[in-house]
Design a binder for this molecule. Structure first.
Ligand SMILES: *[C@@H]1O[C@H](CO)[C@@H](O)[C@H](O)[C@H]1NC(C)=O
Ligand SMILES: *[C@@H]1O[C@H](CO)[C@@H](O)[C@H](O)[C@H]1NC(C)=O
Ligand SMILES: *[C@@H]1O[C@H](CO)[C@@H](O)[C@H](O)[C@H]1NC(C)=O
Ligand SMILES: *[C@@H]1O[C@H](CO)[C@@H](O)[C@H](O)[C@H]1NC(C)=O
Ligand SMILES: [Cu+2]
Length: 586
């Protein structure tokens, strides 16, 4: 990997002359055999590494990323959560912001780190992310950013130690892994008609194992709300059986289901990631990133309470928690006090809702290698708390720090209906249609906003500077009693989660809804780039954002199989003010 950092001067805005650094990375993508969970398969490596190398920047930096595609198929690289202010052609979605990068091809991504925080990059072409194309991004805050550490401790020595810990944060990539390459995995869904979301392993920083357990043991660990619907034995992989209540009444072909996909567990003994900390540093920051394709997860660190201080790349008023649920694409940074006896402590990452499975890593105090004591867990193999004293993070209470609020009223309102149409595995975001299956092969929307392949219901046009409300409504047809939670991810700038409720959103605007049901709206809206719908019953959530960055951006479910079946739409943001695409990208 070549990485150079040089100081130069960039002209920002009309007058201000600001010093920014230029950072350069080369990312070389290859298709090789690897065994992240102890079992070999073909997979994607970035610069011969998995996960790919972290991109480390300072706020304000200009970054150039030269991607070389040595894979035997098309791909692209998306920078998840990065605003891409004035550089919509660097957002990395094939068929939307760029032409797919063909085998042997190169693409230069160039953007500015307009804010700080924890992000990540991943493929945004078909389901290539599931084959291993992902890595962390960390943008260190500029010196004049006000941090929230004084709300954790008022001791100046602690605050200094936390500031250092945040600067040198440990980036913890969480993901799920399967023995099948992504195109074969999707083929099984298409062939059998089943919605399958069953992983072999949970990986922490690209390392894990396959654990096979007794189905009765796994079934007993299932969380009670799921048990109320899935009241049958789980498979030996901890996965749900194919019940009508989960899969609906569509056509299915169980005889075409390969062994090992939803059941049929073969154990493996893979590698384990170790995160080493120096106890004299007093505090450490663990910045968790979910690169999971199918799983929502729960993480915890044995015997170490966590102060969650950064969510999706923005500070919040720190919240104390022992376990945190994290959905696909989300990031949570945890400040952890290193005040336990020197030794090893298990980092546990469990499946949440849709599979009873776990992955493990080690937090290791330097100098504590001789201490063989087993650490005490906060959560069990199924992700449930081990004692009543365990505090889960309340993800509706994440006050932005410093405080920030949306406008009181929005200019536009859109109601989207989420559900299955056509089959058990095909999901829609507009109630009637899917993103085109060949989206990634199309002429990019950025070059042709008329995009003939896109239904008009799959496009939302907005004017720059306006505020937009979007309500996600879950439609629950009988006999299906629930939908999986959908982690809805918005590209470009973040949005506010302003409200949520059960049942049907029966109003024509947020203002009407707020009048009739004020308790459904939050006083302190969460500000982030992923919004998770409720896992049980008919329900809705509402977000509000300001259009500040003209260009075409995706709004989509971050469960890979859902996106792949078409669960997304295109925000033609600030269509009145789209920038000229530079000649090199035409
Ligand atoms: C690869 O991308 C090109 C556009 O860059 C497209 O024309 C082609 O159909 C794609 N190939 C596949 C197999 O998707
Ligand atoms: C599960 O089913 C059994 C009978 O098969 C019943 O006794 C039990 O109450 C059910 N549990 C739940 C949570 O519905
Ligand atoms: C987990 O937490 C809940 C809520 O505090 C509590 O009711 C339950 O007893 C706890 N579980 C165990 C095993 O202590
Ligand atoms: C779009 O709107 C934002 C917010 O009002 C503004 O800062 C930005 O300069 C506008 N961009 C263009 C290209 O007009
Ligand atoms: Cu989804």
């Amino acid at each position: 990997m070549t990485q150079t950092k040089s100081l130069f001067l960039t002209l920002m805005g009309a007058a201000a002359l600001i010093e920014a650094a230029q950072v350069h990375y080369n990312l070389d993508l290859t298709w090789q055999r690897g065994a992240p969970n102890g079992v070999e398969r073909e997979m994607i490596f970035v610069n011969d590494r998995f996960p790919g190398p972290p991109l480390i920047l300072d706020e304000g930096d200009e970054i150039i990323i030269d991607v070389t595609n040595n894979l035997p198929f098309n791909t692209s690289v998306h920078f998840h959560g990065i605003e891409q202010t004035n550089t919509p052609w660097a957002d990395g979605v094939s068929g939307l912001s760029q032409w797919a990068i063909k085998p042997g091809g190169k693409y230069r991504y160039q953007w500015q780190a307009t804010t700080y925080g924890t992000y990540w990059y991943h493929a945004h072409d078909k389901d290539r992310m599931m084959d291993g194309l992902y890595g962390a991004i960390r943008i260190r805050p500029s010196a004049n950013r006000e941090s929230p550490f004084a709300m954790i401790s008022d001791d100046p020595a602690d605050i200094a130690a936390m500031t250092n810990a945040a600067h040198d944060a440990q980036l913890v990539m969480l993901s799920d892994w399967d023995h099948l390459p992504s195109d074969e995995y999707m083929d099984v869904l298409k062939k059998t008609g089943y919605d399958i979301f069953c992983s072999d392993s949970i990986l922490i920083d690209g390392a894990g194992s396959i654990y096979c357990k007794d189905p009765e043991y796994l079934t007993n660990l299932q969380p009670a709300p799921v048990r109320a619907v899935v009241n049958e034995s789980l498979t030996d992989k901890g996965c749900d059986p194919f019940l009508r209540a989960l899969q609906g009444d569509w056509e299915h072909h169980p005889e075409l289901l390969p062994e090992g996909m939803n059941s049929g567990c073969t154990p493996s003994d893979g590698p384990t990631s170790v995160f080493e900390v120096a106890p004299e540093a007093k505090w450490a920051s663990f910045n968790f990133i979910s690169a999971a394709s199918l799983k929502s997860l729960i993480f915890s660190i044995d015997e170490h309470p966590m102060y969650i201080y950064e969510v999706d790349g923005r500070y919040i008023e720190p919240q104390l928690a022992h376990q945190v649920s994290i959905y696909n694409g989300e990031r949570y940074s945890a400040m952890v006090k290193l005040d336990k006896e020197a030794g090893s402590y298990t980092i546990r990452v469990a499946g949440h809702n849709n599979q009873v499975i776990s992955g493990f890593a080690t937090l290791s105090y330097k100098g504590g290698e001789q201490n063989k004591r087993e650490s005490t867990p906060y959560i069990d193999y199924g992700g449930s708390n081990t004692t009543a004293a365990v505090i889960p993070l309340d993800t509706t209470t994440l006050p932005p720090y410093p405080p920030i609020l949306p406008a009181d009223y929005a200019d536009d309102f859109h109601l989207l209906t989420l559900g299955r149409i056509k089959s058990s595995w095909e999901w829609t975001l507009d109630g009637t249609s899917f993103l085109p299956a060949n989206l990634n092969q199309m002429e990019p929307v950025i070059l042709n906003p008329q995009a003939p392949g896109l239904d008009s219901s799959l496009k939302i046009e907005t004017r720059n500077g306006t505020w937009v409300d979007i309500v996600f409504q879950l439609a629950i047809p009988e006999p299906t009693k629930l939908q999986p939670p959908h982690p809805m991810h918005k590209h470009s700038n973040k949005a506010f989660l302003i409200g949520s409720g059960m049942g049907k959103f029966a109003w024509g605007s947020i203002a009407e809804a707020r009048n009739s049901s004020p308790d459904s709206f939050f006083n302190t809206p969460v500000y982030r780039d992923t919004f998770v719908t409720a896992p049980n019953g008919e329900a809705w959530i509402a977000i509000r954002y300001q259009v500040v960055n003209p260009g075409p951006f995706l709004l989509h479910c971050h469960m890979e199989t859902h996106l792949s079946s078409g669960m997304g739409l295109v925000l033609l943001d600030g269509i009145d003010a789209w920038p000229q695409v530079p000649a090199q990208y035409l």
